[in-house]
Design a protein around this ligand. Structure first.
Ligand SMILES: Cc1cc2nc3c(=O)[nH]c(=O)nc-3n(C[C@H](O)[C@H](O)[C@H](O)COP(=O)(O)OP(=O)(O)OC[C@H]3O[C@@H](n4cnc5c(N)ncnc54)[C@H](O)[C@@H]3O)c2cc1C
Length: 417
């Protein structure tokens, strides 16, 4: 019996890697070690359905217990790996126990950035990464009246939308000039700015947070802004981004740059160690520079890179080649993003922002490279195929609501190779 495949991190990437390794024929022992006490669960609903009361904590479990038994996968929860010894091919757990491996997969994900200002850790200040975090926000929302959300990215805005929908007074504080500025083009940001404003969220743009102040009970009671204003609140939710959990890799001498550096098969420089998911940086064939390493925080990237890593273990390496995609639900608007855009890309709108149903296409050298759709799921699925097929399209075709997008795919299929 070999020491088998040891996976550190029991979430999307870890589960997918185990699943795909089995599906691809790996028959050795598989052990997944997870720091959290709960069995693997879905994270996207934490800022969506769960906070809205539409989904329960129990309903978020990714796999029934029987699955692990059927697949011969040992799941060790509530166990943190503290040290990796590459020479001995062993890891040490916080309990002191050591586990050997033949293959090691790092799927340790990411954790929320702390707010680096005085008062940033006061009681009543919430982050949102785990189910426990979400349940704490849910409890807070049952009694709080006014909440300040710091950060106007996806997590901050989804949380703002859920809390506002429940009738709380919500203020969003964003340091930059644009909501979701890291990922979405200005038109899409403008749509969501209008949506949140209409729903009664107060947006404070281009202003930093200087400190959080406690009330008489020691809990957060005020957000002090850099422009001198003070916002009263009953609680604060932070949505200021995450950092990769790459410490184990770094301490073991593996190359990291805000994430474990791997190739398109999830391989590190150590032939026995792979990484996937939010902790990994990998070259993406759909990036503006396909050689540049990117860290994509999404379920799709976690799953697809994990599958590529599993193919290495199975002895038939198949590099990652999927079109990146992501979604965000805010009120009744569903934002879906496919591909990777760049500020220099040409932007073409199909539909109108006012109707709340549109797709914004990004073209680079005449090819569709990225699409942001709001509440147009069928069109979005098609757009994903256009990106995958790297089709050429004219801006006037994409903008014309009567032009049949499918024809672009048919034209590619019919073109001589
Ligand atoms: C609130 C929220 C909403 C989101 N919404 C979306 C969405 O709509 N669409 C989308 O595509 N993505 C969404 N995401 C992002 C998505 O959840 C992540 O991309 C995905 O969870 C990454 O999976 P992962 O397995 O790489 O890492 P994670 O899910 O972060 O899991 C890593 C696991 O490893 C464990 N771990 C870390 N270090 C150790 C250690 N030393 N020993 C043992 N265990 C360890 C952690 O405790 C954790 O359980 C959302 C995330 C959050 C938090």
């Amino acid at each position: 019996m070999t020491a088998g495949l040891l996976i550190i991190g029991a979430s999307y990437a870890g589960m997918q890697l185990a699943d795909a390794a089995r599906a691809k024929g790996y028959s050795g022992p598989i052990t997944i070690v997870g720091e959290e006490a709960r069995p693997p669960y879905q994270r996207p609903p934490l800022s969506k359905g769960l906070l809205l009361g539409k989904q329960t904590a129990e309903g978020l479990t990714i796999r029934a217990p029987a699955y692990f038994e059927e697949q011969g996968i040992a799941l060790r929860l509530d166990s943190r790996v503290t040290c990796l010894d590459r020479q001995a091919r062993r890891v040490r757990l916080a309990s002191g126990e050591e586990l050997a491996y033949e293959w090691l997969a790092l799927t340790t994900g990411a954790r929320c950035r702390p707010l680096p200002v005085p008062g940033g850790e006061l009681p009543g200040v919430h982050s949102l990464r785990s189910l426990d975090d979400a349940l704490a926000i849910e409890r807070m929302a049952a009694t709080a009246r006014r909440v300040c959300v710091i950060g106007g990215g996806f997590i901050g805005l989804e949380t703002a939308s859920a809390l506002r929908t429940q009738g709380l007074e919500v203020h969003v504080i964003e340091a930059s000039a644009q909501l979701m500025g890291r990922v979405v083009p200005p038109e899409v940001a403008a749509y969501f700015t209008e949506l949140h404003t209409q729903r009664g969220v107060v947006l404070h743009m281009q202003v930093g947070v200087q400190a959080l102040k406690a009330g008489a009970d020691g809990r957060v009671a005020q957000v002090l802004l850099a422009d001198g204003r003070a916002l009263d609140c009953d609680a604060v939710v932070l949505g200021i981004g995450v950092q990769a959990n790459d410490e184990l890799a770094r301490a073991a001498g593996l190359a990291c740059d805000q994430g474990v550096l791997v190739d398109a098969c999830g391989r590190t420089a150590d032939e026995r160690i792979l990484a996937a998911g939010d902790c990994a940086c990998f070259p993406n064939p759909f990036g503006i520079d396909p050689q540049q390493s990117l860290r994509l925080e999404s379920i799709q990237a976690a799953n697809d890179l994990a599958r590529a890593a599993a193919s290495v273990i199975a002895g038939r390496p198949e590099p990652y080649k999927a079109v990146p995609w992501f979604w965000s639900d805010q009120y009744d608007s569903k934002l879906q993003i496919a591909g990777l855009g760049h500020s220099g890309d040409q932007r073409v709108l199909r539909g109108s922002l006012e109707s709340g149903k549109f797709s914004l296409f990004l073209l680079r050298e005449g090819r569709v490279v990225c699409v942001h759709s709001v509440s147009r799921p069928a069109e979005h699925l098609l757009a994903r195929k256009l990106i995958e097929a790297r089709v050429q399209a004219l801006p006037e075709q994409l903008a014309d609501p009567d032009f049949v997008l499918k024809n672009l795919l048919t034209a590619v299929a019919a073109a001589p190779a």
